[in-house]
Design a protein around this ligand. Sequence first.
Ligand SMILES: [Fe+2]
Length: 312
Amino acid sequence: MMLTCNLPLLYSTNVIERLILASFLTRDILFMNLLHISDIHFGPYHWNADDSLLVTRLNQFNADIILNTGDLTSDSLPEEFQQMQSFLSQLNCPNIVSILGNHDKYSKRSHELFRTYIYDGDFIEPKYPDKVKKAKVYIDSKTINLDIHFSEINYFRSFDINGEKVLLICVDSTKFQDDFGYMEEQIIAAMSDELGKNTYQRKLLLTHHSILATDNDPLINSKRLSDFVLDHDIEAVFCGHTHELDIVSLSDLIRGRQFRQFMCGSLSSQNIAREANMFCTYENFGTAQEIITITRIYPSENGMEFVDTVIG
Ligand SMILES: [Fe+2]
Protein backbone atom coordinates (compact mmCIF):
# COMPACT_ATOMS: atom_id res chain seq x y z
CA MET A 1 0.00 0.00 0.00
CA MET A 2 1.31 3.44 -0.90
CA LEU A 3 1.34 6.07 1.82
CA THR A 4 1.67 9.79 1.75
CA CYS A 5 3.30 10.96 4.95
CA ASN A 6 2.94 14.24 6.70
CA LEU A 7 4.51 13.66 10.07
CA PRO A 8 4.36 16.53 12.56
CA LEU A 9 7.25 17.39 14.85
CA LEU A 10 6.40 15.56 18.05
CA TYR A 11 8.60 14.30 20.77
CA SER A 12 11.16 15.30 23.22
CA THR A 13 12.12 13.26 26.29
CA ASN A 14 15.05 13.23 28.68
CA VAL A 15 18.67 14.09 28.01
CA ILE A 16 19.62 10.66 26.70
CA GLU A 17 16.48 10.04 24.69
CA ARG A 18 16.26 13.04 22.42
CA LEU A 19 13.66 11.66 20.11
CA ILE A 20 12.70 14.01 17.36
CA LEU A 21 10.43 12.58 14.73
CA ALA A 22 10.81 14.36 11.45
CA SER A 23 8.31 16.78 10.00
CA PHE A 24 9.83 16.46 6.56
CA LEU A 25 8.51 13.06 5.52
CA THR A 26 6.26 14.09 2.70
CA ARG A 27 7.30 11.54 0.05
CA ASP A 28 5.29 8.54 -1.04
CA ILE A 29 6.91 5.61 0.70
CA LEU A 30 6.06 2.02 1.50
CA PHE A 31 6.12 0.04 4.71
CA MET A 32 9.48 -1.29 5.86
CA ASN A 33 10.44 -2.79 9.22
CA LEU A 34 13.99 -2.38 10.50
CA LEU A 35 15.73 -4.05 13.44
CA HIS A 36 18.78 -2.19 14.71
CA ILE A 37 21.42 -3.98 16.78
CA SER A 38 24.91 -2.81 17.65
CA ASP A 39 28.02 -3.39 19.73
CA ILE A 40 27.50 -7.09 20.30
CA HIS A 41 31.19 -7.45 21.19
CA PHE A 42 31.91 -11.17 21.11
CA GLY A 43 34.99 -11.81 23.24
CA PRO A 44 35.82 -10.36 26.68
CA TYR A 45 33.39 -7.44 26.37
CA HIS A 46 30.45 -9.77 25.65
CA TRP A 47 27.97 -10.19 28.50
CA ASN A 48 27.59 -13.32 30.63
CA ALA A 49 24.06 -14.10 29.56
CA ASP A 50 22.20 -16.72 27.53
CA ASP A 51 22.34 -15.50 23.92
CA SER A 52 19.70 -18.05 22.87
CA LEU A 53 17.07 -16.11 24.87
CA LEU A 54 18.12 -12.95 23.05
CA VAL A 55 17.92 -14.66 19.65
CA THR A 56 14.41 -15.90 20.44
CA ARG A 57 13.31 -12.38 21.37
CA LEU A 58 14.91 -10.76 18.30
CA ASN A 59 13.19 -13.29 16.05
CA GLN A 60 9.78 -12.19 17.34
CA PHE A 61 10.15 -9.01 15.29
CA ASN A 62 9.34 -9.32 11.61
CA ALA A 63 12.31 -7.40 10.19
CA ASP A 64 12.71 -6.66 6.51
CA ILE A 65 16.33 -5.66 7.17
CA ILE A 66 18.57 -6.07 10.22
CA LEU A 67 21.12 -3.28 10.68
CA ASN A 68 24.19 -4.31 12.70
CA THR A 69 26.28 -1.22 13.28
CA GLY A 70 29.66 -2.51 14.35
CA ASP A 71 31.82 -3.68 17.24
CA LEU A 72 31.02 -7.24 16.36
CA THR A 73 34.04 -8.33 18.40
CA SER A 74 36.17 -7.24 21.34
CA ASP A 75 39.63 -7.71 19.86
CA SER A 76 39.16 -8.56 16.17
CA LEU A 77 40.06 -12.21 16.77
CA PRO A 78 39.03 -14.94 14.32
CA GLU A 79 36.99 -16.83 16.93
CA GLU A 80 35.12 -13.64 17.81
CA PHE A 81 34.20 -13.04 14.16
CA GLN A 82 33.15 -16.69 13.99
CA GLN A 83 30.88 -16.27 17.04
CA MET A 84 29.34 -13.24 15.36
CA GLN A 85 28.69 -15.31 12.24
CA SER A 86 27.04 -18.04 14.31
CA PHE A 87 24.83 -15.53 16.13
CA LEU A 88 23.67 -13.83 12.93
CA SER A 89 22.94 -17.19 11.32
CA GLN A 90 20.26 -17.78 13.99
CA LEU A 91 18.32 -14.62 13.11
CA ASN A 92 15.29 -15.20 10.90
CA CYS A 93 15.92 -12.47 8.38
CA PRO A 94 17.54 -12.88 4.95
CA ASN A 95 18.70 -9.26 4.83
CA ILE A 96 21.32 -8.66 7.50
CA VAL A 97 23.82 -5.87 6.97
CA SER A 98 26.87 -5.49 9.23
CA ILE A 99 29.67 -2.95 9.37
CA LEU A 100 32.97 -2.70 11.22
CA GLY A 101 33.41 -0.93 14.57
CA ASN A 102 36.63 0.30 16.10
CA HIS A 103 37.02 -2.98 18.02
CA ASP A 104 36.86 -4.88 14.73
CA LYS A 105 39.82 -2.98 13.23
CA TYR A 106 42.49 -4.02 15.74
CA SER A 107 43.91 -6.70 13.42
CA LYS A 108 45.74 -6.49 10.11
CA ARG A 109 43.46 -9.37 9.13
CA SER A 110 40.21 -7.53 9.91
CA HIS A 111 39.26 -7.13 6.26
CA GLU A 112 39.99 -10.81 5.58
CA LEU A 113 38.06 -11.93 8.69
CA PHE A 114 35.06 -9.81 7.73
CA ARG A 115 35.08 -11.42 4.27
CA THR A 116 35.42 -14.89 5.75
CA TYR A 117 32.79 -14.70 8.46
CA ILE A 118 30.45 -11.78 7.85
CA TYR A 119 30.11 -10.70 4.22
CA ASP A 120 32.23 -11.29 1.15
CA GLY A 121 31.17 -8.63 -1.29
CA ASP A 122 32.46 -5.93 -3.60
CA PHE A 123 34.07 -3.34 -1.38
CA ILE A 124 34.57 0.19 -2.59
CA GLU A 125 38.15 1.18 -3.39
CA PRO A 126 39.47 4.76 -3.05
CA LYS A 127 38.86 6.84 -6.18
CA TYR A 128 42.53 7.84 -6.40
CA PRO A 129 44.57 5.43 -4.23
CA ASP A 130 47.71 7.60 -4.42
CA LYS A 131 45.80 10.47 -2.75
CA VAL A 132 44.64 8.48 0.27
CA LYS A 133 45.42 10.25 3.57
CA LYS A 134 43.96 7.82 6.12
CA ALA A 135 46.65 5.64 7.70
CA LYS A 136 46.78 1.91 6.90
CA VAL A 137 44.07 1.90 4.25
CA TYR A 138 46.62 -0.28 2.52
CA ILE A 139 48.70 -2.59 4.73
CA ASP A 140 52.32 -2.63 3.59
CA SER A 141 52.56 -5.47 1.08
CA LYS A 142 56.37 -5.34 1.01
CA THR A 143 56.84 -6.22 4.66
CA ILE A 144 53.75 -8.22 5.57
CA ASN A 145 52.81 -11.47 3.90
CA LEU A 146 49.02 -11.31 3.82
CA ASP A 147 46.49 -12.37 1.21
CA ILE A 148 44.64 -9.05 1.50
CA HIS A 149 46.40 -5.72 2.00
CA PHE A 150 43.34 -3.46 1.70
CA SER A 151 41.88 -2.75 5.14
CA GLU A 152 38.63 -0.84 4.46
CA ILE A 153 35.10 -2.27 4.41
CA ASN A 154 32.86 0.19 2.54
CA TYR A 155 30.09 -1.25 0.40
CA PHE A 156 26.60 -0.86 -0.97
CA ARG A 157 23.78 -3.38 -0.70
CA SER A 158 20.36 -2.93 -2.19
CA PHE A 159 17.16 -4.78 -1.34
CA ASP A 160 13.72 -4.85 -2.86
CA ILE A 161 11.43 -4.26 0.11
CA ASN A 162 7.71 -4.37 -0.68
CA GLY A 163 8.36 -3.11 -4.21
CA GLU A 164 10.83 -0.37 -3.31
CA LYS A 165 14.54 -0.36 -4.07
CA VAL A 166 16.30 0.37 -0.79
CA LEU A 167 20.03 1.11 -0.75
CA LEU A 168 22.16 0.47 2.31
CA ILE A 169 25.36 2.52 2.25
CA CYS A 170 27.79 0.83 4.62
CA VAL A 171 30.76 2.97 5.57
CA ASP A 172 33.94 2.16 7.42
CA SER A 173 34.49 5.00 9.87
CA THR A 174 37.19 3.10 11.78
CA LYS A 175 40.93 3.67 11.89
CA PHE A 176 43.44 0.86 12.22
CA GLN A 177 44.10 0.14 15.92
CA ASP A 178 42.55 3.44 16.96
CA ASP A 179 39.21 4.10 18.66
CA PHE A 180 38.79 7.46 16.96
CA GLY A 181 37.01 7.52 13.62
CA TYR A 182 38.02 9.04 10.29
CA MET A 183 36.42 8.93 6.84
CA GLU A 184 38.79 8.74 3.90
CA GLU A 185 38.03 11.43 1.32
CA GLN A 186 38.89 9.15 -1.60
CA ILE A 187 36.34 6.61 -0.36
CA ILE A 188 33.68 9.32 -0.12
CA ALA A 189 34.56 10.37 -3.69
CA ALA A 190 34.24 6.79 -4.93
CA MET A 191 30.92 6.33 -3.13
CA SER A 192 29.60 9.55 -4.66
CA ASP A 193 30.52 8.27 -8.14
CA GLU A 194 28.82 4.96 -7.41
CA LEU A 195 25.63 6.66 -6.23
CA GLY A 196 25.40 8.47 -9.55
CA LYS A 197 25.15 5.19 -11.48
CA ASN A 198 21.74 4.07 -10.20
CA THR A 199 18.49 5.42 -8.83
CA TYR A 200 17.17 4.26 -5.48
CA GLN A 201 13.85 5.07 -3.88
CA ARG A 202 15.28 5.04 -0.37
CA LYS A 203 18.85 5.45 0.88
CA LEU A 204 20.05 4.61 4.39
CA LEU A 205 23.59 4.88 5.74
CA LEU A 206 25.34 2.76 8.38
CA THR A 207 28.37 4.08 10.25
CA HIS A 208 29.81 2.89 13.55
CA HIS A 209 30.77 6.39 14.76
CA SER A 210 28.05 8.99 15.11
CA ILE A 211 28.06 11.91 12.71
CA LEU A 212 25.75 14.10 14.82
CA ALA A 213 27.01 13.50 18.34
CA THR A 214 30.39 13.53 19.97
CA ASP A 215 32.02 11.31 22.59
CA ASN A 216 35.45 10.44 23.94
CA ASP A 217 36.46 8.71 20.68
CA PRO A 218 34.58 10.59 17.97
CA LEU A 219 34.58 10.59 14.20
CA ILE A 220 37.13 13.33 13.66
CA ASN A 221 35.79 14.58 10.32
CA SER A 222 32.10 13.92 10.98
CA LYS A 223 31.08 17.07 9.08
CA ARG A 224 32.43 15.52 5.89
CA LEU A 225 30.14 12.51 6.29
CA SER A 226 27.10 14.59 7.24
CA ASP A 227 27.71 16.67 4.08
CA PHE A 228 27.77 13.42 2.07
CA VAL A 229 24.46 12.38 3.64
CA LEU A 230 22.83 15.71 2.84
CA ASP A 231 24.30 16.00 -0.67
CA HIS A 232 22.93 12.59 -1.64
CA ASP A 233 19.55 12.96 0.04
CA ILE A 234 20.13 9.99 2.34
CA GLU A 235 17.08 9.49 4.50
CA ALA A 236 18.58 8.23 7.74
CA VAL A 237 21.82 7.26 9.46
CA PHE A 238 22.24 4.34 11.86
CA CYS A 239 25.18 4.08 14.24
CA GLY A 240 26.43 2.66 17.53
CA HIS A 241 29.78 3.10 19.31
CA THR A 242 28.81 4.93 22.53
CA HIS A 243 26.62 2.12 23.92
CA GLU A 244 23.97 4.72 24.60
CA LEU A 245 20.71 5.66 22.97
CA ASP A 246 20.42 8.86 20.97
CA ILE A 247 17.89 9.64 18.24
CA VAL A 248 18.09 13.07 16.67
CA SER A 249 17.36 14.92 13.46
CA LEU A 250 19.41 17.44 11.53
CA SER A 251 17.94 20.15 9.38
CA ASP A 252 20.30 21.94 6.99
CA LEU A 253 18.75 25.33 6.32
CA ILE A 254 21.09 26.10 3.42
CA ARG A 255 20.48 22.91 1.46
CA GLY A 256 16.87 22.63 2.58
CA ARG A 257 17.42 18.98 3.50
CA GLN A 258 17.10 16.92 6.65
CA PHE A 259 17.91 13.50 7.97
CA ARG A 260 17.55 11.52 11.17
CA GLN A 261 20.28 9.64 13.02
CA PHE A 262 19.51 6.58 15.15
CA MET A 263 22.17 5.61 17.67
CA CYS A 264 21.35 2.26 19.20
CA GLY A 265 22.91 1.21 22.49
CA SER A 266 24.86 -2.00 22.94
CA LEU A 267 22.95 -5.24 22.42
CA SER A 268 25.03 -7.51 24.60
CA SER A 269 28.06 -5.80 26.05
CA GLN A 270 29.60 -6.17 29.47
CA ASN A 271 31.13 -2.75 29.03
CA ILE A 272 28.12 -0.50 29.37
CA ALA A 273 28.26 3.05 30.61
CA ARG A 274 25.04 4.81 31.55
CA GLU A 275 22.56 2.58 29.75
CA ALA A 276 21.15 -0.94 29.84
CA ASN A 277 21.72 -3.29 26.93
CA MET A 278 19.13 -2.74 24.25
CA PHE A 279 17.99 -2.96 20.66
CA CYS A 280 15.66 -0.80 18.59
CA THR A 281 12.93 -1.64 16.12
CA TYR A 282 11.47 0.76 13.57
CA GLU A 283 8.10 -0.39 12.21
CA ASN A 284 6.79 1.25 9.04
CA PHE A 285 9.99 3.26 9.01
CA GLY A 286 9.63 6.82 7.77
CA THR A 287 5.85 6.72 7.42
CA ALA A 288 3.05 8.35 9.38
CA GLN A 289 2.48 4.91 10.94
CA GLU A 290 6.04 4.68 12.18
CA ILE A 291 6.54 3.03 15.58
CA ILE A 292 9.94 3.17 17.23
CA THR A 293 10.43 0.69 20.05
CA ILE A 294 13.42 0.69 22.35
CA THR A 295 13.78 -2.68 24.06
CA ARG A 296 16.02 -2.67 27.11
CA ILE A 297 17.38 -6.02 28.24
CA TYR A 298 17.99 -7.14 31.81
CA PRO A 299 19.58 -10.59 32.18
CA SER A 300 18.65 -12.33 35.42
CA GLU A 301 19.40 -15.63 37.10
CA ASN A 302 16.16 -17.05 35.74
CA GLY A 303 16.45 -15.72 32.22
CA MET A 304 16.18 -12.36 30.61
CA GLU A 305 13.72 -9.51 31.02
CA PHE A 306 12.81 -7.28 28.08
CA VAL A 307 11.27 -3.86 28.72
CA ASP A 308 9.79 -2.00 25.76
CA THR A 309 9.50 1.75 25.43
CA VAL A 310 7.31 2.63 22.46
CA ILE A 311 7.73 5.93 20.69
CA GLY A 312 5.17 7.03 18.14
FE1 LIG B 1 31.37 -0.86 21.36
